[in-house]
Write a protein that binds this ligand. Sequence first.
Ligand SMILES: [Zn+2]
Length: 444
Amino acid sequence: METIAASHLQLVLEDNEKLNKENEQLKLRVVQLEQELNQLNSKHSLDQSSKKNTLSKPSNITTTTTIEPPTPATCVDLSLTEYLRYGRQLILAGFGLSAQKKLKATSILIVGAGGLGAPAAIYLAACGVGRLGIVDYDVVETSNLHRQIIHNESRAGLSKAQSAKMTVEGLNSFVECNAYDLQLDSSNALPIIKGYDIIIDATDNVATRYLLNDACVITGKPLVSGSALRMEGQLTIYNYRGGPCYRCLYPKPPPPETVTNCADGGILGETYTPNLLLFSAASHPLFRSIKLRPKKSDCEVCGNKPSISKLQDYVQFCGIGVLDKSPTVKLLGTEERINPKEYAAIRAQKARHILLDVREKVQFEICHLPDSINIPLRELPERLEEVKQALPFSNTPVYTICRLGNDSQHAVPLLRGITQGEVKDVIGGFYRWSKDVDTNFPIY
Ligand SMILES: [Zn+2]
């Protein structure tokens, strides 16, 4: 009991001490604000009196009233409204007025107004960054709204860049915001990037990652790079204070077939990035910090003798497009694929076969076709025996299916030889199934 009471007392004392400190800082701020108000008042009365003087003088005599030079952008000042608005962060030790002014003098370009870009834009706008640029070629969909909190229902169908700009401007009218409703590529990246101090890569595709990296090295801008997949996230700053660029760590892009988009929740080729900050919602500690490898002296873009001095064709370089909605994986020949309508006919004929649903269990539980077997792709190599056991005859065909038709293709090579019958993946997965066969099948 006593121990609890003692620790409670300790907490109260600590709280008290904190409040006292905060009180002192607030008093100090009040004094500063009063001084500034007085200065403004005296300037105002000076202006008024000089106006009166002008009126009383003959019109052919010019007056020389003191006009202050315009404040340069690098030396911004805050208005009284801004002091009040940002007061709670201004009084933070280690932040203070100078950081707030720096923030106001800074311009940041966010590429991608999705799951990472949306919250980044909201917080940067709220805390008072001077100018924001938001690049996104996509439109708002209701399936974005659970995480892309910068958009809302009434914006469905509207450009994400425009929607983000509307939210930013509604949130903080002190922030200048430019929307770029376009797909960033080699032809337009440099002129846009040159207009900003810091670039944030909040995209989810490897081609844009290389494009932004090279553009930032060429223009000398730091590149803040974030990525998120399922329960994990990463954060790094490339090309900053002599540190490495993305190419230093990844000179070659991952094979296209290993990069599925986040729509299918597949395996990203860069899951093992040795990054500055790693987050995992399912591990302890939640955050881990890993030292980056140093800059490579022979890096093709930031090394001692760079061979890349202008932007390339990144879609060709990576072998994969930037669109993240349609599956781009094409692992199999036509002889190992079946389209949803053909497969529906097999079901209608009640022809004997096995339908192997290779989605994760959590997705299988959302919806699935009757009589299908669920073995997630990542477990399949160890669970092949289960498929074998399920075969009624040695020549029973096996069809694989998933949400979008990426994982189902990866499954086919694993199953080759397990049956004398055919092994095929259902092209386009349940996404196409719902379009071509059963419009009542839930799409998520
Ligand atoms: Zn490099």
